[in-house]
Design a protein around this ligand. Structure first.
Ligand SMILES: [Zn+2]
Length: 137
């Protein structure tokens, strides 16, 4: 399904075309951005953390806020589980984890319920054990 671009995405796309037309400006722009990043590194990182945290909180609320197996609601132990497997692989890659959170933010409720659920850490381990995905030590 093709998603309508947001105003921000359109702006970014125009900006990118603009930059690609002028490599020198692109180069300068990267230098400026790198310098800004170095100068404000802590703030950027804090904002990124807060953003990830907010995405996770929103995803947990949207998924019902409790473990699908035992019903525990303690947010500290809840994990987002990919119902059709592959969860472990995806979760270990930060970028893809964020992709999952964005998926949950943007997709329809029906889609989300088909693909994701909340499990607490214990139920998640039990599920993995039953599927033979647990570590052997
Ligand atoms: Zn549970």
């Amino acid at each position: 399904m093709l998603m309508e671009l947001t105003a921000r995405q359109k702006r970014y796309r125009r900006y990118r075309e603009h930059l690609l037309a002028d490599p020198e400006m692109h180069e300068n722009n990267l230098k400026i951005r790198h310098a800004l990043y170095k100068k404000h590194k802590e703030e950027y990182r804090r904002k990124q953390r807060e953003y990830s945290q907010r995405l996770r909180d929103e995803a947990i609320v949207k998924l019902g806020g409790k473990c699908a197996k035992c019903g525990i609601t303690d947010i500290r132990v809840l994990q987002i589980d990919h119902i059709n497997g592959g969860g472990e692989r995806e979760r270990t890659k930060g970028r893809r984890y964020q992709g999952i959170l964005l998926d949950i933010r943007d997709k329809s409720e029906e889609y989300i319920k088909q693909h994701y659920q909340l499990l607490c850490a214990n139920c998640n381990w039990i599920k993995r054990y039953e599927r033979g995905e647990h570590n052997q030590f």
